[in-house]
Design a protein around this ligand. Structure first.
Ligand code: SB7
Ligand code: NI
Length: 182
């Protein structure tokens, strides 16, 4: 089981690396790791389990955050229409994106960052993501709202990018299109 002590914190160089593609088909070990990452998100969102193990709730997790520099992400997020997006993907890629931007009202946080870093993080309003799931099936997702923001945050981790890198230093609260409300 993944716990908070397994989370690599900001300042560790692995969070700044470009993660390597997973050679497909993924190994049993890689599949187990990715499954564990999704389970961590489920646990972190279960109040009883989160309390028992001291987990911070998370809607996404990227393998570099547990010290594995491979292109694997898990996402467990609910949108404003109560649709649940539960995904564990190898080699996720943004195939295409809108010109329109958005940002999460109140800013973003990260399990690898303890402090609150204020500011709006520009994101694409809509993205199409491809990847390979735990069954080895190729998936293609069209996303908007919080799920789109979450996938962009996670895919950024695979490229060594932290959310605060995208905050405008001169004008942290400038806006980008219509906000996603929390
Ligand atoms: C706000 C939070 C997240 C994504 C987008 C907006 C995820 C936080 C958990 N993570 O640090 C995952 O990398
Ligand atoms: Ni993060």
């Amino acid at each position: 089981m993944i716990k908070m002590t397994d989370i690599i914190m900001d300042g560790h160089p692995i969070l700044r690396e470009k993660a390597a593609s997973v050679k497909l088909p993924a190994s049993q070990e890689e599949k187990e790791t990715l499954q564990e990452m999704l389970q961590f998100l489920k646990n972190s969102q279960d109040p009883k389990i989160a309390e028992k193990y001291g987990l911070r709730p998370g809607i996404g997790l990227a393998a570099p955050q547990i010290g594995i520099s491979k292109r694997m992400i898990a996402v467990l997020v609910t949108d404003d229409e109560e649709n649940v997006y539960s995904y564990a993907l190898f080699n996720p890629k943004i195939l295409s994106h809108s010109v329109e931007q958005t940002y999460l009202e109140g800013g973003e946080g990260c399990l690898s960052v303890d402090e609150d870093i204020p500011g709006n993080v520009p994101r694409y309003a809509r993205i199409t993501v491809t990847g390979t799931d735990l069954n080895g099936s190729e998936v293609k997702l069209r996303l908007k709202g919080l799920p789109a923001i979450c996938f962009q945050h996670e895919i950024d981790h695979l490229d060594g990018i932290m959310f605060y890198d995208r905050i405008d230093k001169k004008d942290p609260f400038q806006t980008y299109g219509k906000p996603v409300l929390r």
